[in-house]
Design a protein around this ligand. Structure first.
Ligand code: XIL
Length: 750
């Protein structure tokens, strides 16, 4: 916990402090009665100073001409960030011609009032001058331009600007590098170079990487973490990481996940700054929105007060009078702690209260950071927020129906000629809105047992309770004791099923992680007993969903919402067999009784993970013998392409193996070739047969597996038909991050 710097100072302030405490949040305080710019209680900065926390605001020179703005800024804030006037297009509008007139005014103002300045931002992809964007650069030239820019700007403010946002927003939300001008011309090294040049220009400056949607654990913050860690290992001068925090009042924030993220950066020696806080509200929101907003500001201040590693809390603006929000986010506004007349909003009071507690020793807050249970072996399915109650195909993610859980150890897809389908869900407020698209030649709905008919089942779990909602093709959901309303309609031809499930116990589903599964059943009236031949799920399992078991998870995504740190349910993972002997080929009889699964989820398409089996399809099996893991892959592909320069772009199979806490290894075999070299210390080998339709591989493990033991695992089949990779099919959903050791599933010896 953060140490109080000057406990005696607080004593001097105590009367003010405790007076403030009784002056509790929203209702009793009537900000409307205060005069514009009149703020209650202790100035934020005099409190924050005592816990060594800078409290800041983004500022432009024009704002300083507004007397109330100046007055409040000077009274309450100890730090400023130029909102725009240090950006590339402002300071170097023409090549080689620097204009510091505006930025200088801000720095002078800060010096006059004893404020710290954070320079923003040296390298970014927005607000760059025309000349920079419109030139066709060579690597050498652009590198020179960037070096000169950074050295001139940082050099100009040497000793005066204490902190810099050196690189801003270099990653995409899925953790890949953003394809900016810098990245395209200079490659990922531009990040490292920028930090080195900034450091050369002012060795005392504290240098930050800054980005948005990186406050919590997730693919984007993982990417930032990994990249900065690698740069630190190389000795690159990076001192901290800024997370912007442009939030929305209507979405809860993941406190535990933010806390854990601060800690992991701290573990590698990096401080965290909250750099651009604003919490926007819908224009239609009233007091409830203001209270939600206050909660967000409060939680962030608690984290800042708790962690000494968080030493800057900066809001993106000062009052609602000037803010980028209304012009950038239609229908939203009022994102700051002060209203447009510089009166305290609930957010201001909440932040002040946290600070008062922190300086008076009444701060009992401790964040939960134990995310150890969060190790999931199947990435949750994703439901996105919709703009209305109708399902917009653009806004949902479609997943395929994949495993025939009626078929024992062989759970392969039955093939599109039998039955196939995909499903997608989104949500609007407290309604889950979904669609199933089904392709089936023969529709059977007259079996006397309802579940033996062609139908769709949706499984939902909330805590200890679960529901199975079934709709026979052509009919609505059968009524059952679900606490809400479930309705479904089928298209005339039985191909499309639209459904809505309304939850009484929720106002809004955002941020929830539900237990979930969905199944598509197929009876073609051609089995011996007249029963179904397939019940397809998006997860492997034993068809015991109706008993409340083997549910997967559905995450109700939304900006800044995070998946529950504790898995809501643990969907079954994959199985492998003990082989009596080492298999001699892919056709060896030892494979006959081994578990068999499809390649099914195309992780290259984050909107629709289904695929067309006319392009490619395949299955895989794994077994062990002694210390060796054996596997076979069957592959059907209309065009085999292996001519791409990057081997991962070729038709290939990748196997991801991680035993215990050791490093994950990714083994790749391009069709027709052996495994590519890796630094795996033990043996590994791959062999293709029959013109690339069969692969057998063997990987030596470092210890023999016992029954019931698992390894972390994944396997992918890539397909390129000559125009770039089309599919990379995995047995589980995910965002194609297994190569980084993320989103692995498990395979267990049974
Ligand atoms: C914004 C400014 O607030 C606007 O005035 C300007 O038009 C665009 O940029 N992330 C950042 C900030 O790092 O620089 C951006 O500031 C907001 C998003």
């Amino acid at each position: 916990m953060r140490k109080l710097l000057f406990p005696s100072l607080c004593l001097a302030l105590l009367s003010a402090c405790s007076a403030e405490q009784s002056n509790q949040p929203t209702q009793d305080t009537t900000p409307a009665m205060a005069k514009p710019g009149e703020l209650p209680g202790m100035p934020l900065k005099s409190l924050a100073d005592q816990i060594n926390l800078a409290i800041g605001a983004a500022v432009e020179t024009r704002h300083l001409e507004d007397p109330l703005f100046r007055q409040v800024l000077i009274r309450d804030f100890s730090q400023i960030t130029p909102e725009n006037e240090m950006k590339f297009s402002y300071v170097q509008p023409q090549r080689g011609q620097f204009d510091f007139s505006k930025a200088d005014q801000l720095v002078e103002f800060a010096e006059e009032h004893d404020m710290v300045v954070k320079g923003h931002a040296l390298v970014w992809h927005i607000q760059n001058p025309k000349w920079l964007e419109e030139t066709e650069w060579t690597k050498e030239e652009l590198s020179e331009v960037l070096e000169q820019h950074i050295k001139t700007v940082v050099g100009h403010y040497k000793g005066r600007v204490a902190y810099w946002d050196v690189v801003n927003e270099a990653f995409n939300d899925n953790g890949t590098f953003r394809e900016t001008l810098w990245y395209q011309v200079l490659g990922e090294e531009y990040i490292e170079m920028a930090f080195r040049w900034a450091h050369e220009a002012d060795p005392d400056a504290v240098l930050f990487y800054n980005d948005y949607s990186t406050e919590a654990m997730g693919p984007k913050s993982n990417a930032v973490y990994r990249h900065l860690k690698a740069l630190l290992d190389k000795g690159v001068p990076i001192h901290g990481v800024g997370t912007q925090l442009h939030l929305m009042s209507e979405y809860p924030i993941g406190e535990a996940s933010i806390a854990r993220n601060i800690e992991r950066f701290s573990e590698i020696g990096l401080d965290t700054h909250f750099t651009e806080i604003d919490v926007r509200m819908r224009d239609s929101e009233g007091q409830a929105g203001l209270n939600d907003q206050a909660k967000h500001y409060e939680t962030l201040m608690k984290l800042a007060a708790y962690y000494p590693e968080v030493d800057m809390y900066t809001t993106w603006g000062l009052s609602d009078k000037y803010s980028w929000v209304p012009s950038w986010f239609e229908g939203y506004g009022r994102a700051l702690m002060l209203d447009k007349d510089y009166r305290a909003k609930p957010a201001y009071i909440a932040v002040q209260d946290v600070l008062v507690d922190a300086v008076t020793g009444n701060f009992g807050y401790e964040p939960i950071t134990d995310l150890s249970n969060a190790k999931r072996h199947v990435t949750p399915f994703n439901a996105k927020p919709l703009l209305s109650e109708s399902l917009n195909a653009e806004a949902v993610v479609y997943y395929p129906f994949v495993y025939n859980q009626l078929n024992g150890k062989d759970q392969r897809l039955p093939g599109s000629e039998t039955v196939s389908g995909k499903w997608g869900v989104g949500y609007y407020k407290n309604k889950l809105i979904g669609q199933v698209i089904r392709s089936d030649e023969t529709t059977v709905t007259n079996h006397s047992l309802v579940h033996e008919n062609d139908n769709v089942e949706v499984f939902i779990r909330l805590g200890e309770q679960y529901w199975q909602l079934r709709s026979i093709v052509g009919q609505d959901f059968a009524p059952l004791g679900f606490p809400g309303k479930a309705t479904g309609t089928w298209s005339e031809d039985g191909k499309v099923f639209d459904f809505a499930i309304e939850f009484d116990d929720f106002e809004d589903l955002v941020g929830e992680t539900l237990g979930f599964n969905i199944a598509l059943s197929d009876n073609d009236n051609d089995t011996d007993d007249g029963n179904r031949k397939a019940q397809l799920y998006p997860l492997t399992g034993n068809n015991v969903g109706w008993q409340g078991e083997e549910f997967g998870e559905l995450f109700m995504n939304g900006q800044n919402a995070v998946v529950s740190p504790n898995p809501i349910s643990t969907p079954p993972t994959f199985s492998m067999s003990q082989l009596n002997e080492a298999p001699s080929s892919a056709k060896d009889s030892v494979w006959e009784n081994a578990y068999r699964y499809s390649f099914a989820f195309n992780q290259l398409n984050q909107r629709d993970m289904s695929f067309d089996d006319a392009d490619v399809s395949g299955s895989w099996q794994v077994g062990v013998h002694g210390k060796w893991l054996y596997g076979v892959v069957e592959r059907q592909d209309d065009v085999t392409f292996t001519g791409a320069e990057q081997s991962y772009e070729n038709d290939n199979v990748e196997v991801f193996v991680q035993q215990g806490d050791k490093d994950m290894t990714q083994f790749r075999t391009v069709v027709g070739e052996g495994f590519e070299p890796t630094n795996y210390a033990l043996g590994y080998e791959a062999q293709w047969h029959k013109e690339g339709t069969q692969l057998m591989f063997a990987i030596e493990l470092d210890s023999e597996l016992k029954d019931g033991e698992s390894i972390q695992w994944n396997i992918a089949l890539s397909d390129n038909d000559g125009e770039g990779r089309k599919y990379q099919l995995y047995p589980v959903p995910g965002s194609n991050m297994s190569y980084l050791g993320e989103e692995l599933t498990r395979i267990t010896l049974r």
